[in-house]
Each structure stands twice: as C-alpha cells, then as structure tokens.
Design a protein around this ligand. Structure first.
Ligand SMILES: NC(=O)c1ccc[n+]([C@@H]2O[C@H](COP(=O)([O-])OP(=O)(O)OC[C@H]3O[C@@H](n4cnc5c(N)ncnc54)[C@H](OP(=O)(O)O)[C@@H]3O)[C@@H](O)[C@H]2O)c1
Length: 218
C-alpha cells in the first residue's frame, strides 16, 4: 500500500491557525484552486485525519473513508460548537459518501487502511503530529507551497524538510505553478516528491488494544 502525505504550507511552514485559539483552526489563505486539487486527489481514498483537523473542519470529509486518529470517541464541530453527528454515518458510506473509524494511533490507522480496507493508497491529511509521525512510513509527499509568510503566532507549523538529511531522502517528481487571481489570494505551487525506496521505515505492529477491537487478518 502506498502512503501519501498531502499538505499546504506557507513560506514559514504554517499549515493553519491553532484549533484551540480564537480562529478555531481556519486556514490563513483563500485558495479554492488548491482545495479543488485536494478534493480531486483524495476523492474516493481513505484519509488519515487528526482529531483537531476533523473538529476544525466540522464534519467528516465527504466521499472518503475517514480514519480518525484520537483517543476520544466523540468529536465537536468547533465553529458551530456542537457535536459532530457520527451516528449518521454508522451504517457505512451514506449519501454524503463518507464513512469512518476511530483509531488510537497513526500506525493503527495505516494498518487499518492496509489490512481491513485493503486499499492500494491512503492519504495522510494532517495535522502536524499526524504528518510528522507518518512521514517515516510515507512514500509520497504532495506539497502546496504558498507564497506568503504568515505573521500570526497562534498557528500550527509543519516543516516537511526540517533538515538536509530529511530533504535528501526525497526526489522531486513534478511541479506546477499557479499564479494568484481574483479567486485565489496568493501564488502557489504544487510539488510531488517520492521517497528513495531504501529509506522507508517498517511500520511497527498494531497496538494490542486496537487489535482486540479490530482483528486484522493478513
Ligand atoms: N494546510 C494543510 O494542508 C492542513 C491540513 C490539515 C490540517 N491543517 C491545519 O492543522 C491544524 C490542526 O492540526 P493539529 O496539528 O493542531 O491537530 P491534529 O493533528 O489534527 O489533531 C491532533 C490530535 O490528533 C490525535 N493524535 C493521535 N496521534 C497523534 C500523533 N502522533 N500526533 C499528534 N496528534 C495525534 C490526538 O487526538 P486526541 O487528543 O483526541 O487523542 C491529538 O490531540 C488546523 O489549523 C488545520 O486547519 C492544515
């Protein structure tokens, strides 16, 4: 199974406002073209999503199997300050086209995608800790670099290449530039990287508590 990180970052590696701060995790840019890229790329594939990203978005990502990483079982729509109605989705894929499972760790989410969903491809859709934890197991990085510097301090930061050593593990495959226009308030570029195969780290086994709940048959 291929694991792919998809992320949008500013020049100073901001990925969003603090979900627990006054801006409730909103994105500090308006780029419908990049959202379209996100939707089209991930459509139909399982997505591994952190609890706070889900709560900032306010609902499951439609048309995708949402693998929610959390030790909780209930989730809030932060903006509307109400519970996210998961029972609506309990019977599996609804007319909104979403379904979900809650897993305690990123690694359990990857095992679930591989062995239970038997998908060929899973997307890691953030936030920070979910990206950082999954990066050693990840085959592909899809990075939207946004041509802006975010001055706000109450933000979440993720740098995909925090060192020369990390950067050297990746090969750039393609890059497309998108100039700003009436609808999109910054220039941005989307770059695909693939990892040099020999550098992939093996996934640790699923956690015993998760295995009890979801026996995984290989
Ligand atoms: N620009 C982008 O491409 C992009 C993409 C996604 C998100 N975002 C932004 O990122 C922000 C939210 O991200 P965030 O980093 O604050 O929260 P997050 O990663 O979405 O959620 C954090 C929660 O995930 C659970 N978790 C489980 N394993 C974890 C691990 N290894 N590392 C970290 N968390 C783990 C914990 O949930 P429990 O406490 O429930 O156990 C933790 O509190 C928002 O601003 C959002 O807009 C931006």
């Amino acid at each position: 199974m291929k694991i792919s990180i998809i992320v949008a970052v500013s020049k100073n590696f901001v990925i969003g406002s603090n979900p627990k701060g006054s801006k409730l995790g909103e994105l500090p840019w308006h780029l419908p073209k990049d959202l379209k890229h996100f939707k089209e790329t991930t459509h139909g594939f399982p997505c591994i999503i952190g609890r706070l990203t889900l709560e900032a978005f306010g609902d499951l990502l439609p048309n995708r199997f949402n693998i929610i990483v959390s030790k909780k079982e209930e989730f809030m729509n932060l903006r509307e300050n109400k519970k996210i109605d998961l029972p609506e989705y309990e019977k599996g894929v609804t007319e909104k086209g979403a379904s979900y499972v809650v897993v305690p760790t990123v690694e359990d989410g990857i095992h679930y995608a591989d062995n239970t969903l038997k998908t060929d491809l899973v997307y890691i859709v953030g936030g920070k800790g979910i990206y950082e934890t999954s990066q050693p197991y990840t085959h592909e990085l899809i990075i939207t670099d946004i041509d802006t510097h975010i001055d706000d301090t109450d933000v979440v930061v993720y740098n995909p290449f925090p060192s020369e050593e990390e950067k050297s593990k990746w090969i750039q495959v393609s890059q497309h530039h998108h100039p700003k226009d009436d609808q999109n308030n910054f220039d941005f570029s989307i770059t695909y990287y693939k990892k040099k195969e020999e550098i992939l780290i093996n996934l640790p086994p699923p956690s015993p508590s998760f295995l009890k709940k979801h026996p995984i048959l290989k």
